[in-house]
Design a protein around this ligand. Structure first.
Ligand code: NAD
Length: 489
């Protein structure tokens, strides 16, 4: 046998009621940078979800009655433990997802740590409302309480980062949870489970059930004892979840896809804008819901922008994700790679020009990565606004660049898609950036920067990009039930 075959596969187990439990069947999980199966993930269904919900329900009375300070201390301890193992988590995330080790080390895992610290702190600082109605002799006040068992479903692009962005606020507020990570990227969630007991998280507070969306995910969504579902993933899946949860009137938070525009005016500082827009297009292989995929450039600077943008894109090195000098790793799966490539083919068939990347430049890979799911960062120009490449979420290292003339025109075109998650605006004119930001249909607008986040403030999308917001106050409100109490003297 070859080295790859002689190595034992990593076998994950569900984490239910504080214990690791094996499953009767498993799914293969691939290392996207080699194309090898390296891990087996439980193929959970109704039975496993049932056990996890039961454990979460049992843990709820004790966990929900702890003080915010007690919960905060446990969250901080968990953050410290993950941080202590940061390198091991980063290696695992890179291997499981295909992302570069540098990205996992500097973005994914530090943010997962920060998610716990952030909510450990923010949970201590909420105040409820109070009003006085003196003519009636009444005082009204609100009180907030955790809801119960929260179902948390997360995608494969930022596995531990996005899962902890849900677990942290859910348990900080006193809920217990059943989490279902993506079947394609389950390893870091399983590693986190190993630290829960040591952090002081009581058994049953965090349960993780691994498996597919159709089986495990849907069982969670349909479970009558799970009153709220926080979901991050595609718009299509969100529609299915909405349908399935409707009979139970569940509370839903939906963080979905995007087709994010960058709008670049003639007075933009191109020295800053170009590297930032290359990053916003291709970071994490373009597999971030906030990635730019439609770049509108004002006509006067269009040619110069395009030339410099392509030059800058070509500096990004694609290859073995475990090499710290690499900028672009592997895409999540063979199927996803094919889907992304097909968009480039469709654009070409429609008469668009591919300026660099897929089909234009040669991709040289080390011998061990020949079967990995790699693709060069690809820039397409002269694409029509109606083209699927300008309308649909590609979620890969592909970006389209087009020209515009006026502010009025570009706002209309930028808003001309079904999504509304994030936008960037580049201009030196402060009046213009305000005007444009106000008129964009987008939950987030970054001007003269990208991905600068204050977790205190709302995060989420408009239109087909989602329902609800996440952030210090927003997550607190989602994960608690409010009550208005009136006292008459
Ligand atoms: P996906 O919708 O296929 O899967 C997301 C999760 O839902 C997975 O855990 C999956 O197993 C589960 N799932 C699938 N079908 C289900 C069902 N019927 N019932 C319950 N659960 C089900 O999405 P993906 O391909 O994993 O992730 C990529 C998508 O996520 C992109 O559209 C991207 O834009 C979006 N995303 C959004 C944000 C955001 O914050 N707005 C962040 C990251 C990713």
């Amino acid at each position: 046998p070859t080295m790859a075959h002689s190595k034992a596969l990593l076998v994950l187990e569900n984490f239910i009621g504080g214990k690791f439990v094996p499953c009767s069947s498993y799914i293969d999980s691939y290392n996207p940078s080699t194309g090898d199966v390296y891990c087996r993930v439980p193929d959970s269904g109704k039975e496993e979800v049932e056990a996890a919900v039961k454990a979460a329900k049992e843990a709820f009375p004790i966990w929900s009655s702890k003080s915010p300070l007690e919960r905060s201390q446990i969250l901080n301890k968990l953050a410290d433990l993950i941080e202590h193992d940061l390198e091991a988590f980063a290696q695992a995330e890179s291997k499981d997802q295909g992302k570069t080790i540098t990205f996992a080390r500097t973005v994914d895992i530090p943010r997962a740590v920060h998610n716990f610290r952030f909510f450990a702190s923010s949970i201590l600082h909420h105040v409820t409302e109070c009003t006085e109605m003196s003519t009636m002799g009444c005082v009204h006040y609100t009180s907030r309480a955790p809801v119960g068992v929260a179902g948390l479903i997360s995608p494969w692009n930022l596995p531990l980062y996005l899962l902890t962005w849900k677990i942290a606020p859910a348990i900080a507020c006193g809920n217990t949870v059943v989490a279902k990570p993506s079947e394609m990227t389950s390893v870091t969630a399983w590693m986190m489970c190993k630290l829960l007991e040591k952090a002081g998280v009581p058994a049953g507070v965090v349960n993780v059930v691994f498996g597919t969306g159709a089986k495990a995910g849907e069982a969670l969504v349909c479970h009558p004892d799970v009153p709220l579902i926080s979901f991050t993933g595609s718009t299509l899946t969100a529609q299915r979840i909405t349908e399935k949860s409707a009979p139970h009137c569940k509370r839903l938070s939906l963080e979905l896809g995007g087709k994010n525009p960058a709008i670049i005016f003639h007075d933009a500082d191109l020295g800053q804008c170009i590297p930032a827009t290359v990053r916003s297009s291709f970071a994490n292989q373009g597999e971030i819901c906030l990635c730019t995929s439609r770049i509108f450039v004002q006509r006067g600077i269009y040619s110069e922008f395009l030339k410099r943008f392509v030059e800058e894109t070509k500096k990004w090195k694609t290859g073995n994700p475990s090499d710290p000098t690499i900028d672009v790793g592997a895409l999540i799966s063979k199927e996803h790679l094919e889907k992304v490539r097909n968009y480039v083919k469709k654009a070409q068939a429609e008469g668009a020009r591919v300026l660099c990347g897929e089909g234009v430049d040669r991709l040289a890979l080390p011998p061990g990565n020949q079967k990995g799911y790699f693709m060069l960062p690809t820039v397409i120009a002269e694409v029509k606004d109606e083209s699927c490449c300008m309308q649909e979420e590609i979620f890969g290292p592909v970006t389209c660049v087009v020209a515009f003339d006026t502010e009025e025109e570009v706002i209309k075109r930028a808003n001309g898609v079904k999504y509304g998650l994030a936008a960037t605006v580049w201009s030196g004119n402060v009046g213009r950036v305000h005007r444009v930001a106000h008129r964009l249909q987008s939950g987030l607008v970054w001007t003269n920067c990208w991905l600068v986040r204050d977790l205190n403030l709302p995060f989420g999308g408009m239109k087909a990009s989602g329902i609800g917001r996440e952030g210090a106050k927003d997550s607190y409100e989602f994960f608690t039930e409010v009550k208005t109490i009136t006292i008459k003297h």
